[in-house]
Design a protein around this ligand. Sequence first.
Ligand code: FEO
Length: 395
Amino acid sequence: MAVKELLEDIFEVGASHYDRELFDELIPLPDGTSYNAYLIKGSKKTALLDTVDPKKTERLFQNLESAEVEEIDYLIAHHAEQDHSGSIPDVLEKYPEATVVTNSKCKDMLIDHLHLSEEDILVIENEEELSLGDKTLKFIDMPWVHWPETLVTYLKEENVLFSCDFFGSHLATSNLFVQDKKKVYLAAKRYYAEIMMPFRSSIKNHLEKIDEMEVDIIATSHGPIYDDPDFILDAYSEWVNDETKSEVVIPYVSMHGSTDKMVEYFVDYLIQKDMKVKPFNLTTTDLGQLAMSLVDASTVVLGTPTVLVGAHPKAIYAAHLVNALRPKTRYASIIGSYGWGGRMPDQIKNTLSNFDGEFLEPVISKGHPGDEDFDALEELADKIIEKHEQDDLVS
Ligand code: FEO
């Protein structure tokens, strides 16, 4: 993105990455992403808040030149992950007078990951303030949004919260502020599901802290900036609360059609009973969509055949993903098939070691499913419906 002024003497100087397809070589980026960095020119000092992914260092430098930056006094590092910290060594080379400002945990990580020199770093404490003259930065530790060292900055005079990954969206856009709320909502929900959901309980506490602050703008490190903070704060409140919706998510894979037939029957039966169902064929699905569906779902039913006495590797991968993302799902089960034996259900259950909800009896067919298997699928579906009704869930 070219340099854009948020408020007087406050600029976005980071970079859009429209054609990036994967994050961490894992997360699909259908809309690319951006690495937002912010320049604040105080009456006495100038601060740069975060940098950009090393692939976009030149863009950062072009933007700093466009903003007529001759000296940087402080380089605020909110987070040691390289999409924000990766250009710090180059910035320090070009602006050797700059002091990196961060907390002690982040300092250690910056030294580990980027081999920064200790003498280039000023360590600040939680809630410490730093004056730029007519502007005051207040630093607030917010661990686990996304790593344990992460902090945010509050610009006191303007009520701007520079939130780093928190509230972000992988969305490359020419809009500085949110314009298309529907699009940003989905991108932010996908981002929450993939990055933030495992840390739901920490995020709840941080939201309470932010609720006590006066915030007019939330400037994240990915995606457009929120000039209507309630839009994203309300969305996060919904995502992190303990409520789930009456939705059944079914990630599945089939080899010779048995599991496929069972999933189809199961899905149709649930739909006939007016249930909301989200099947995902694991051979073709966008894992971000699957992750997003887990934010609200009450039940996950994994469908898999048996391969070499265990679950299909794609089903294990999905189970591992569910386990790592720690959704608030209440019920889980397994449907699938086997040829001559195996321990597929136990393997899936063991992979879901973080799941603390209730496992419902799996339905496993020997070979091609027959009438008994379809009856068992109906029983499982009825049990799920009963559980959702007992819990008073709505879709
Ligand atoms: Fe955008 Fe955790 O880095």
